[in-house]
Design a protein around this ligand. Structure first.
Ligand code: R5P
Length: 338
């Protein structure tokens, strides 16, 4: 079951494969990457048939971040690929300093390509005297000089409004749906499950692509990073259930959801989540659980030695590459999802 798609391998999201930009056009845009997910950046570069721009992104002895753009970028349209995943603060700071360096090197525009947007779960105050960290991060990216942001499956769509610059929030749903369509599960036996009330719109869209029915888990969090199922709405008995989530962090939402679905007679339970945060012992919990398979994408790299038999990684490189090509040619990005 283990597989990470590398550059040049078969692309499950193949529906995004379109024509390559021509040589003249390639000269107009450049890709750069920090240290958050260089494998993904290389895959995007392969898709676009361009190379990654040369930049030093390192540390001084005192651990401050050192950045130097090592080629002329004057007047260029630049895309910096940097998910703000663990170590989230380092990766965020690298992104900010790279944007600053590029702006000071007289680029025409900088697009911050942030496939996974860290701090997205802190998009509102849930109690007094809490921050709204997702808004603070948006301010930091804007003040650093980004002209545009591209991301995938933001945890809360409202974060788009935290920016006063254009933000393209792409969806991994077509890639995940294609993978499950190829399993040819009988539609009448398939149910897509939202693991919480907040994920219903996403799960409904996924169910629509698979022509499946919908169920909703209502959960509560007795303490941060814990999850408890209160109720399940929808028919799950005898069905193949696919829990659809945006991110998998501790894995507890998936595990408690799976146990509740099995207790109500589900035949088998799969899960998918765009962002494999996989914090703490999430991989062990998934391995020991009743889940058949957990399908994620490579917005965050899943190191080979951290993969277990149940994790399947699909590539978002064609999606991001195609969106970059379209933005740089002033073509529609939303047309990718019709
Ligand atoms: C919650 O609103 C999210 O959509 C995910 O369900 C949640 O963040 C997953 O976290 P964990 O894996 O820690 O339960």
């Amino acid at each position: 079951m283990n597989s990470v798609l590398l550059a040049g391998s078969e692309i499950p999201g193949g529906e995004f494969l379109k024509e390559r930009p021509d040589a003249e056009h390639v000269k107009q845009f450049r890709l750069f990457t920090g240290n958050a997910n260089p494998e993904l950046a290389n895959e995007i570069a392969d898709y676009l048939d361009v190379r990654i721009g040369s930049a030093l992104v390192s540390r001084f002895m005192n651990q401050e971040i050192q950045v130097r753009i090592e080629e002329n970028v004057r007047g260029a349209e630049v895309f910096v690929i940097q998910p703000t995943c663990t170590p989230v603060n380092d990766n965020l700071m690298e992104l900010l300093i790279m944007i600053d360096a590029l702006k000071r090197a007289s680029v025409r525009t900088v697009t911050a390509v942030i496939p996974y947007y860290g701090y997205a779960k802190h998009e509102e105050k849930t109690a007094g005297r809490e921050p709204i960290s997702a808004k603070l991060v948006a301010n930091l990216i804007t003040v650093a000089g980004a002209d545009r942001v591209m991301t995938i499956d933001l945890h809360a769509a409202a974060i788009q409004g935290f920016f006063d610059i254009p933000l393209d929030n792409l969806m991994a749903t077509p890639i995940l749906a294609k993978y499950f369509r190829e399993k040819e599960f009988p539609k009448e036996h398939l149910v897509i499950v939202s693991p919480d009330a907040g994920g219903v719109a996403r799960a409904r869209a996924f169910a629509g692509r698979l022509d499946a029915s919908l169920a909703i888990i209502f959960k509560k969090r007795p303490r941060p990073d814990e999850s408890e199922v209160i109720e399940i709405v929808g028919e799950v008995e005898g069905r193949i259930a696919i829990i659809m989530d945006d991110l998998i962090s501790t894995g507890r939402t998936l595990i408690t959801g799976t146990n509740a679905l099995m207790a109500r007679g589900a035949r088998e339970v799969y899960a998918c989540g765009t962002h494999p945060v996989l914090a703490g012992n999430a991989l062990e919990l998934i391995e020991e659980s009743a889940l058949r398979e957990v399908v994620v994408t490579n917005t965050i790299a899943v190191p080979r030695d951290h993969q277990n038999g149940k994790i399947k990684v699909l590539s978002v490189a064609p999606l991001l590459g195609e969106a970059i090509r379209r933005i740089s040619m002033n073509l529609s990005v939303s047309e990718l999802f019709v």
